[in-house]
Design a protein. Structure first.
Length: 156
């Protein structure tokens, strides 16, 4: 399966040092150019900027073209990720922001985010979910405590 990522999921996976989950879970990892710009911007954490300087081979950059006007309400990375995901057969788009997730779903896309990636990795035995959530709690990630508990409670 091909996954198209927005900035936020990549940012948090790098910050918690679990970015290698992406190639372990998915065949292809695509990012639009806007996401690369956001990950490399001065506003991005130094750890993320440093990772991007030596970006792994599995991270493929693509140009997203013909951005529909109805997506202009979203940030550049979000709108380009949605457009790029629409061009991929049987793809999944990684978005954390609620508004972007809703719009992507309205457009018929399969959507998950940072928590979904971690949950999938835990289901496949690749990580300890509680440990991943503890790492995530040390960042500025904002997630529903109820959702986090729900994900942890479904694990044996």
């Amino acid at each position: 399966m091909t996954v198209v990522s927005n900035t936020s999921p990549l940012n948090y996976l790098v910050l918690i040092e679990l970015q290698q989950l992406l190639p372990a879970l998915f065949n292809r990892i695509l990012v639009p150019e806007a996401v690369l710009r956001e990950l490399g911007s001065a506003a991005a954490p130094a750890q993320v900027r440093g990772w991007l300087v030596t970006a792994p081979d599995w991270l493929e950059s693509r140009v997203a073209v013909d951005i529909p006007s109805e997506l202009r309400q979203l940030g550049p990375g979000e709108r380009e990720a949605i457009v790029l995901a629409e061009s991929v057969d049987d793809g999944l788009v990684l978005l954390d922001e609620r508004k972007a997730r809703g719009i992507a779903r309205q457009r018929g896309l399969a959507v998950t985010g940072t928590l979904g990636v971690l949950d999938l990795a835990a289901a496949r035995g690749l990580i300890d979910l509680a440990d991943a959530f503890e790492r995530l709690a040390r960042t500025n990630f904002r997630g529903s405590p109820r959702l986090l508990r729900s994900l942890l409670n479904k694990r044996p």
